[in-house]
Design a protein around this ligand. Structure first.
Ligand SMILES: NC(=O)c1ccc[n+]([C@@H]2O[C@H](COP(=O)([O-])OP(=O)(O)OC[C@H]3O[C@@H](n4cnc5c(N)ncnc54)[C@H](O)[C@@H]3O)[C@@H](O)[C@H]2O)c1
Ligand SMILES: [Zn+2]
Length: 370
């Protein structure tokens, strides 16, 4: 069994991400080695629990670790104050102390919620991420952002709280719905497009093996974690470079909002895929990036089965003015000026401030299906 280790260098809060097949079964050993004598609360959702909770709990108990499972309904609605209260009460009812640990077994929803709970119960408990979606393995479990949604918007309430360990078992992705896997893949491609052109070229050649499982999947996830960990180590609290991780997200978030966050129409990674294609097209229109590179991005997204243009969204979109309003509402807007992640080519993205909204508007007009 080959396990790759990616270290997140954050001084005294540094931690390892282990990536590979079969890690769920080994979780007891890995956790006991780093958090001796810790008791655990395992937070999960009912989908993930149905596939993987029993095996995890059995393995942990074999290592002599006592476990309290806390199961929640699946879906974005679970990133709520009500669910937070349920998790916090569950941790306290199990009488866990600061030295004990909260484990998030699930996708980004569970990771963000359980991470937030672990960051505030007893002013901060230890935390282990066991991401089970591709998006969570390559993105949300790395970097220490935790939180829930508010009626005012997504991810508005939370804390930075780094885990002590991330265990990404690449086999658990076999039970993930195909659409969710593809959506997570958009974030993998994103790292290539940000600043790893060699990785993007490798993805173009090897994406089928990543979808099938095996060593290519492990390698792609490890490279993605390395890419994110690098950015996070440089800029933990997003005062600068970390914004590069938002490549494709300004347009993507606007499309998610414009489709009413209706996951039957568009899931996050699909919005990001279209957003990345648009970011390259827009960059090419501004004479920053070649049209060939923009076409190459579109071709790859299309080949893996991701949507890559606004016309791929079923059910119609609002007009360009309305879309621009959604773009401007995105939280990456400071004092009314539009900040975009633009690119000079594949793997050459950069933060562009003061992008004129008139340029964005005319670009959206020309990109919307007739
Ligand atoms: N903290 C961060 O830095 C960060 C970064 C990106 C995204 N996020 C957050 O992550 C969330 C999205 O994460 P997500 O895409 O993982 O969504 P999710 O947690 O809702 O998981 C997607 C679906 O897949 C199911 N699932 C997960 N793993 C499974 C498995 N192995 N087998 C079968 N079903 C499985 C879930 O039950 C759910 O229905 C959003 O709330 C977003 O805001 C956070
Ligand atoms: Zn994303």
């Amino acid at each position: 069994m080959s396990v790759e280790t990616v270290s997140v260098s954050l001084g005294d809060r540094a931690y390892d991400i282990l990536i590979g097949a079969g890690l769920l079964a080994r979780a007891g050993k890995e956790i006991a080695a780093r958090l001796p004598r810790a008791r655990l609360a395992v937070v999960t959702d009912t989908n993930v629990a149905g596939h993987h909770l029993e095996a995890l709990v059995a393995g942990l108990e074999r290592s002599g670790i006592s476990v309290t499972p806390i199961e929640l309904p699946p879906g974005e609605k679970t990133k709520s104050f009500d669910a937070l209260q349920e998790v916090v009460d569950g941790i306290l009812a199990a009488r866990l102390e600061r030295g004990d640990a909260v484990v998030a077994l699930g996708g980004g929803v569970i990771g963000d919620l359980a991470g937030f709970a672990s960051g505030i119960v007893r002013r901060g408990m230890r935390f282990v991420q066991m991401p089970t979606s591709l998006l969570a393995q390559v993105d949300s479990s790395v970097g220490g952002k935790t939180g829930i949604n508010s009626s005012h918007g997504k991810n508005l309430v939370g804390v930075f709280h780094q885990p002590q360990l991330v265990l990404a078992d690449t086999d658990v992705l076999d039970t993930l719905p195909a659409r969710e896997f593809r959506a997570g893949y958009a974030e993998v491609a994103k790292y290539g497009l940000i600043d790893r052109p060699g990785f993007f070229a490798w993805l173009e050649e090897n994406w089928r093996d990543i979808f099938a499982g095996g060593p290519a999947r492990t390698r792609a996830i490890a490279e993605s974690c390395r890419a994110k960990a690098d950015v996070v180590a440089r800029d933990e609290f997003e005062t600068g470079d970390r914004a590069l991780l938002n490549l494709g997200h300004t347009f993507g978030h606007a499309l998610e909002a414009a489709t009413g966050y209706d996951s039957t129409r568009l899931v996050h990674g699909e919005g990001v895929a279209i957003g990345m294609a648009l970011a390259h097209r827009f960059s090419s229109r501004l004479n920053l990036c070649s049209m060939d590179d923009a076409l190459r991005v579109e071709a790859h997204l299309r080949e893996v089965g991701l949507p890559w243009r606004m016309a791929d969204i079923a059910g119609g979109l609002p007009d360009a003015e309305r879309l621009l309003a959604y773009v401007a509402q995105d939280k990456k807007v400071t004092r009314g000026e539009l900040t975009f992640i633009l690119t000079r080519g594949i793997g050459q993205s950069f933060i562009a401030r003061n992008v004129p909204s008139s340029e964005v508007l005319s670009f959206l007009r020309d990109s919307l299906p007739a």
